[in-house]
Design a binder for this molecule. Structure first.
Ligand code: NAI
Length: 516
């Protein structure tokens, strides 16, 4: 028996592994079928169960063999007391399978527990969020004639999404933006690896390093260091707001975009909009040890349970998962059936049907239509790049990528709550530091210098950064004298937090104030 005669579908020869079909194992001519992937399904909240059911049905009909373990996550798990909506058993099953297809999980806005989505990404170090935006056949958008085929590679676990926030005063909130050299290097490596795997030509690094010179600046620098190791791929840098503008003006110019978490979150919704909207946008969350695939959209509570939801984004995410698992033939077969369905325009769900079809299809009618189109190929849309991105295997990284050679302390910033004027505050702070090895160097309010020099005509919050310079640079701040200064300050103002001002290899590891 040759492989080809035994295969269920002609182009299954693309697939990676084969096993004997269980039902034919005792027969004279056993049949070879692609081996099954093991994956966890998280149907999730809102429309999640509906689109998961439709997607799984299409996968089965399309010949994708997947051993599913279905687990609970999201609002229902939260209601039962699971922290962040993620029960321990769910996390265990995910760790075992290493592959997840996830429906949307609800997160309260402005209050409530931590996001299950963000927690999952961080728990499993799924540091690369890969969001392709390809023109889809038959989907009506202002850009439908443009040849859009780009991928946003978004850092997925750092930045403002560390979720470290503090109320500094009752009226001032702070969120820490944490960017690491290791995290930035990893995501840049992932972007260049993806460019190579998919035969792409260019990686555009996008940052806001002009304003956040240290945090976004570190990201930019790390990306440039990585770019230097990949001379066959072109690389450039764009300020993120200019990137947003250029994406709207000429999206076909872009290939791979590598950016930080917050920038990537926003820009990838923009790129989803270019090719038809969130209902059509898939994403992969990749790490060295596992991969999770999901639709970009949320749980759509407004249409949940009504059979109106569009399963396309989750289906495209499942197709990405098949490619990641080496099931290239099944991925291509299902993808082509989806393209044909979109081109034909029959039974499209209401969000896609638009003016061309007053009678929109339900979620299950759309799924039936895709299934009936299995085996057909689109005339206009070639398959997506076949190769999938495999990230380098590795242990969790606990140390910095590079240790600086020399560090000294130049002073400290003490942030205080104070209700008076900057001039009064400066006088009090100077008096408080008398006899101690610190000099009041600067006071700023919301980042704007208010001392020394002219007091600006700005509104002031009751939150002030008071910068004290060490009289002489030293290896470590004198802690007893620091404590003494803070005790003296506490007599007239309430301190909120303290930052060490470090010189790293002779370069200030802290920002200056606007106007300084
Ligand atoms: P959403 O994406 O759920 O809905 C926005 C709009 O798009 C709604 O009008 C909705 O009906 C529509 N829509 C979304 N997906 C659709 C689909 N497949 N078919 C047809 N229409 C669709 O965003 P929203 O309302 O801001 O968030 C709702 C909940 O989802 C929140 O709790 C949020 O935290 C969560 N969410 C979860 C995500 C995830 O699990 N990755 C991502 C985004 C939001």
């Amino acid at each position: 028996m040759t492989l080809n005669t035994a295969l269920e579908h002609d182009f299954d020869e693309l697939d990676a592994d084969y096993v004997v079909a269980p039902e034919t194992v005792t027969k004279r001519q056993p049949k070879l079928v692609p081996s099954a992937l093991k994956a966890v399904a998280l149907p999730g909240d809102g429309i999640g169960p509906e689109i998961m059911e439709a997607t799984q049905r299409i996968l089965v009909a399309g010949g994708a063999r997947i051993d599913w373990t279905t687990c609970e996550a999201g609002a229902s798990a939260n209601a039962k007391g699971a922290a962040s909506g993620l029960p321990g058993e769910t996390l265990d099953e995910i760790a075992k399978a290493g592959l997840v297809l996830k429906g949307p999980l609800e997160t309260g806005i402005g209050a409530g527990g931590k996001s299950a989505n963000v927690t999952l990404r961080k728990h499993f170090e799924l540091y690369a969020n890969v969001r392709p935006a390809r023109r889809l056949p038959g989907v009506i958008t202002p850009y439908m004639d443009r040849n859009i085929d780009l991928v946003v590679v978004r850092e997925n676990v750092e930045d403002l999404y560390a979720g470290i926030e503090h109320m500094q005063t009752p009226d001032v909130a702070q969120c820490l933006k944490l960017i690491t050299r290791a995290g930035s290097t990893k995501i840049a490596e992932a972007a260049f690896a993806l460019a190579k795997a998919e035969g792409r030509k260019r990686v555009t690094v996008a940052s806001k390093a002009n304003i956040m010179k240290l945090s976004e600046g570190l990201f930019k620098q790390a990306c440039e260091d990585v770019a230097g190791k990949h001379p066959t791929i072109q690389s450039d840098h764009m300020i993120i707001d200019n990137l947003a503008h250029r994406l709207v003006m000429s999206p076909e110019d872009f290939d791979v975009i590598c950016t930080t978490n917050m920038n990537g979150d926003i820009i990838s919704d923009l790129t989803a909009g270019l090719v038809g909207g969130l209902g059509l946008a898939p994403s992969a969350n990749l790490g060295a040890r596992m991969a999770m695939f999901e639709a970009v959209h949320g749980s759509a509570p407004d249409i949940a349970g009504k059979g109106l939801a569009n399963p396309t984004a989750l289906l495209l995410a499942a197709i990405m998962m098949l490619r990641q698992g080496g099931k290239l033939a099944a991925a291509e077969r299902i993808e082509q059936a989806l393209y044909v369905t979109l081109e034909d325009g029959k039974d499209l769900t209401a969000d896609m049907a638009g003016p061309r079809n007053e009678k929109a299809g339900s979620t299950s009618a759309f799924a039936d239509r895709v299934i009936s189109n299995l085996g057909q190929r689109s005339q206009h849309c070639p398959p997506a790049p076949k190769a999938s991105l495999k990230l380098p295997k590795g242990k969790p990284q606990t140390t910095a990528v590079s240790a600086p050679t020399k560090r000294t302390d130049a002073g400290m910033d003490i942030f205080v709550e104070y209700g008076g004027s900057p001039t009064e505050l400066a006088a009090c702070l100077k008096a408080a530091s008398a006899g101690l090895p610190f000099t009041l160097a600067m006071i700023s309010n919301r980042g704007l210098k208010v001392y020394p020099g002219t007091v600006p005509m700005a509104d002031f919050a009751d939150h002030w950064r008071c910068r004290f310079a060490s009289r002489a640079p030293q290896d470590d701040l004198p802690e007893q004298q620091m404590a003494e200064l803070m005790a003296r300050i506490s007599k007239f103002a309430r301190w909120c937090h303290v930052e060490r001002l470090q010189m790293i290899d002779g370069t200030p590891g802290f920002s200056v104030a606007q106007g300084q």
